[in-house]
Design a protein around this ligand. Structure first.
Ligand code: NAD
Length: 245
């Protein structure tokens, strides 16, 4: 579905990001992984050796426009185009409002929101020249409902939805589609570390009866990146088994 396309997946070293990376590679794309450290990016690339020649690692500070622009240009130089940006990198929070420091609040805004802006801007500049491109952001089910702790996290995801819908309108004329995927509870390292009884309890509250797998989310990223979604822009696609918080 993605033959001859080049994708950048931020936070592609593990969890949902790594599932997107694998899905894109399986579907023929060249895939560039970003991570917070060179070491973790290189470790992730080692797991993908069967795709050698179609992978690349970069590790710019995602909040630094110049570093990101240079890294994204190097991707175009290596593969000839930049067709897909999956803004996946993110951190979560469960901190109470009474304990929240401004420093912690700023940190989550930086990686979950500012980085999405910086990466989208750098990618859009390249995609505009090409006359085509797709940007897919990672929201969350709590970006619709909020959550009862760690208010900075849902605040960033509400903002990501706003950025998605606005950029979809702003960039449509340049041939760039912008969408978001909003996962529910998904079995990454964090969820896998929870006691089985807790996961069973969460699953029982989800109409489809289970928590999501990273691949469930990656399938949505594949659809939105593909030409099958050519007429789809400005949507926030829930992948949560119809869960409600
Ligand atoms: P994870 O912790 O397993 O992976 C996060 C990724 O982001 C890692 O690759 C990490 O290196 C990268 N990252 C974190 N801080 C970074 C920084 N400062 N610079 C560059 N990269 C950085 O998390 P995950 O569960 O796979 O989550 C991925 C995305 O999905 C996040 O945006 C998260 O908010 C969203 N999400 C996850 C769930 C869930 O249940 N797992 C639910 C809804 C939304």
């Amino acid at each position: 579905m993605l033959k001859n396309k080049t994708a950048i997946v931020t936070g592609g070293t593990r969890g949902i990001g790594l599932a997107i990376v694998r899905k894109y590679l399986e579907n023929g794309a060249n895939v560039v992984i970003t991570g917070s450290r060179q070491e973790t990016v290189e470790q992730a690339l080692e797991k993908l050796q069967e795709y050698q020649g179609r992978t690349m690692g970069i590790w710019p500070d995602l909040c630094n426009p110049q570093e990101v622009a240079e890294a994204f240009s190097s991707v175009r130089e290596r593969f000839g185009s930049l067709d897909i940006l999956a803004n996946n990198a993110g951190i979560s929070s469960r901190t109470s409002i009474y304990e929240y420091t401004l420093e912690e609040f700023s940190k989550i805004l930086d990686i979950n929101l500012k980085a999405v802006f910086v990466c989208s801007q750098a990618a859009a500049r390249i995609m505009k020249e090409q006359g085509r491109g797709v940007i897919i952001n990672t929201s969350s089910m709590v970006g619709e409902y909020g959550q009862a702790a760690g208010c900075g996290y849902p605040a960033t995801k509400f903002a990501v939805n706003g950025l998605t819908k606005s950029l979809a309108r702003e960039l449509a004329g340049d041939g760039i589609r912008v969408n978001a995927v909003a996962p529910g509870v998904t079995k990454t390292d964090m969820v896998a570390a929870l006691p089985k009884e807790m996961v069973d309890r969460i699953s029982a509250g989800i109409p489809l009866g289970r928590v999501g797998e990273p691949e469930d989310v990656a399938n949505a990223f594949l659809y939105l990146a593909s030409d099958s979604a050519d007429y789809v822009t400005g949507v926030v696609l829930r992948v949560d088994g119809a869960a409600m918080v």
